[in-house]
Design a binder for this molecule. Structure first.
Ligand SMILES: C[S@@+](CC[C@H](N)C(=O)[O-])C[C@H]1O[C@@H](n2cnc3c(N)ncnc32)[C@H](O)[C@@H]1O
Length: 277
């Protein structure tokens, strides 16, 4: 799992900064050592820059998610009835940004991973139309039932949802043109993430698109640190935790097509469109 050397300055290149912040070192001239005074000034300047950028948290390991699959299933079963009221208002803007980036087209085959109550799955099915299909997979039976109801209420096929674990997706290689995962990758424990992403690549067609929406440690500040402390105390209930999403996708061989930073509960969220390279 990649952790950029200084995510507080990580950028997508559009602002002229590299993802590792390698352009940010002080110019010292042709091999001249900086004087002790210059080095001290540099330290002070970077401290000021850090506080000006919202008390960016230093790079560090992402938090673990010490919860069994069974506990995750039970938690989301119990939450399924209330999910749209409790969580949806906070997650919806970032999820919508992801759907826009994915831009599912008529005739496509799309997988909505961890489809929750089915809100995105309805939008995806409308986008692919009757020549395509969007299928949902979710670990929780309660969430799958909610999704079926949401689909039926929108006059769509209520059967396009599968109860299952997205780390062992029951689909053949290359089945989907696109996969969508909103606030799901950030639920898998750290050692599991590379294998989970490999599984999502497996079910994607060569050149297929993966759009992931996840809480992010890039450009994160004090509120993220506070959130991580709460996650550490109650990992079963405050379960999504911030990742370095872009770098993690690059690590397993995806290419990045587009990215945005959104927010949920006041926390930064990465919305990344990647390609099965
Ligand atoms: C935070 S909710 C997000 C729901 C939806 N994607 C959204 O954006 O509204 C996470 C969902 O992922 C599901 N989930 C968690 N672990 C999963 C796994 N291993 N495989 C499939 N679904 C999983 C949960 O049951 C839950 O419905």
């Amino acid at each position: 799992m990649s952790e950029p050397s200084d995510p507080s300055v990580a950028g997508d290149g559009a602002d002229g900064r590299s993802a590792t912040g390698s352009e940010s070192g002080p110019a010292t001239g042709d091999g001249d050592e900086p004087s002790p005074g210059a080095a001290a000034r540099e330290r002070v300047t970077s401290k000021i820059a850090e506080s000006a950028s919202g008390n960016a948290i230093p790079p560090g390991p992402i938090a673990r998610v010490p919860r069994s699959k069974m506990a995750a299933r039970e938690w989301y079963n119990s939450l399924s009835r209330w999910y749209d009221v409790i969580a949806d208002p906070f997650e919806a803007p970032a999820r919508e940004a992801g759907l826009k980036l994915l831009d599912a087209a008529p005739g496509e085959r799309v997988l909505d991973i961890g489809c929750g109550t089915g809100t995105a799955l309805v939008e995806l099915n409308c986008a692919v139309g009757s020549d395509g299909v969007a299928v949902g997979i979710d670990l929780s039976r309660g969430m799958c039932r909610r999704t079926s109801r949401t689909l039926a209420a929108a006059d769509l096929d209520p059967g396009v949802v599968v109860e299952g674990d997205a780390s062992t997706a029951p689909f053949s290689d290359g089945t989907f043109d696109a996969c969508f995962a909103s606030f799901v990758l950030d639920l898998f424990d750290t050692p599991e993430i590379p294998a989970v992403l490999e599984e999502w690549r497996r079910v994607l067609a060569p050149d297929g698109r993966l759009c992931v929406v996840s809480l992010s440690r890039r450009e994160a500040g004090l509120i993220t640190r506070l959130y991580e402390s709460i996650h550490e105390l109650y990992p079963t209930y405050v379960d999504c935790r911030p990742l370095y999403l872009r770098d993690t996708l690059l690590d397993v061989g995806f290419e990045i097509d587009a990215e945005q930073v959104a927010s949920a509960w006041g926390l930064p969220v990465e919305v990344v469109l990647a390609r099965n390279g």
